[in-house]
Unconditional design. Structure first.
Length: 368
């Protein structure tokens, strides 16, 4: 037996220990990946290694801690199945590399509708709607390979101290630099940006889709010297807090704590907001297997856990049944509360699946 055969035999022994539960399979997968070997070659990749654990991935920070408290720990307590939180970020490139290499270490990922629509067919498993309930999300927020897990909005935020006589209340006001002077800030991405720009140019909420891209880009082009395009939620907060802008398009999860921190000097309106879902997806050939991954997503649909997540990090419940459980004093902060959702546009993921890459390139060219 040469060294190569010995090494393969050692890996085979380790794989057998994984199957018996004596060795952590994900540590073995990481080790094989580090030396350039595919776990599937040793019979330990994907469904061949039905581990009794679920690894959930998102972007870390408060969101990761919220997921653990609202969903992962309760799931483990009820089922006895181990859960692991990976907050290293669910970038598309990372997810694609895992599947392409056969080194998938995540089961369920918190991602966006753009990723679900653009890479889902190749990199995500179909959601099993015999386990997961479509009725537990708003209409239009369940797709073949993804489903809403929480809600957030793009909203019009502004500095009340800058507008003592008249407060802005619409995107038309946002683009009205004569009556509402000062710099503005908008996200440096087309998602949400195109919708609010078109509403600011007079397009009614119910006529937004299909998005009129030339009209939106032309509107932005006219005013881009008066707009700071933010690349991160943290920067959008800073621009308003420090007075570099008087108004901005912000994520609701950013403006709500900002309003609290400034004793209401920075505030927002839900009117003409753009309601969006965070999205669960299941990695193709995930180690836990489709059935267990779907069971976790179904568990996370329970309204009680979604309300706990909302209380912790401001991400609104996706399950309509959760509305009755939100404390009355917190309803005004919930993007999906019926009275707040009623005045907002609802983002259409299918449009982004078809157009996102091409139109985002056009948007960035316009900025340049």
């Amino acid at each position: 037996m040469d060294n190569h055969d010995f090494f393969r035999d050692a890996i085979a022994i380790a794989a057998d220990r994984v199957r018996k539960g004596e060795l952590d399979r994900r540590d073995l997968i990481r080790g094989l990946a580090a030396v350039g070997l595919a776990p599937a070659a040793f019979g330990i990749g994907g469904a061949a290694a039905q581990a009794r654990e679920v690894v959930v991935a998102n972007w870390g920070g408060d969101t990761a801690r919220g997921f653990v408290a609202a969903w992962l720990d309760p799931f483990t307590k009820e089922t006895g199945i181990k859960t692991v939180m990976d907050g290293s970020g669910t970038a598309e490139g990372k997810m694609k590399a895992m599947v392409d290499s056969g080194n998938v270490i995540w089961d369920v990922v918190d991602t966006g509708i753009g990723s679900v629509m653009q890479i889902g067919n190749r990199y995500f498993e179909p959601i099993d709607y015999s386990i997961v309930d479509r009725a537990k999300v708003p209409p239009g927020f369940a797709w073949e390979r993804g489903i809403a897990n929480y809600l957030f909005s793009y909203v019009l935020a502004y500095d009340k101290a800058k507008f003592r006589d008249r407060q802005p209340s619409s995107w038309a006001d946002f683009f009205n630099f004569r009556d509402f002077p000062g710099k503005r800030t908008i996200r440096k991405d087309i998602q949400g940006t195109l919708e609010v720009t078109l509403m600011g140019d007079g397009v009614p909420i119910d006529k937004l889709y299909p998005l009129d891209v030339p009209r939106a880009l032309n509107k932005l082009r006219q005013h881009k010297n008066d707009i700071i395009f933010w690349p991160s939620g943290a920067e959008s907060q800073t621009l308003l807090r420090e007075g570099e802008v008087t108004m901005g398009m912000l994520w609701s999860t950013r403006v709500i704590p900002l309003s609290r921190d400034t004793n209401g000097r920075i505030t927002w309106t839900w009117n003409q907001g753009v309601l969006c879902p965070g999205t669960w997806a299941i990695m193709k050939n995930n180690p836990a297997g489709r059935e267990l991954a779907n069971r976790f997503i179904a568990f996370a649909q329970r309204p009680e856990g979604q309300v706990e997540l909302f209380k912790m990090i401001g991400s609104g419940p996706a399950n309509p049944a959760a509305a009755a459980l939100v404390p009355p004093e917190l309803v005004r902060f919930s993007p999906g509360a019926p009275e707040n959702a009623a005045v907002q546009a609802k983002i259409k993921g299918e449009w982004y699946g078809e157009h996102q890459t091409r139109v985002n390139d056009m948007f960035l060219d316009m900025l340049a």
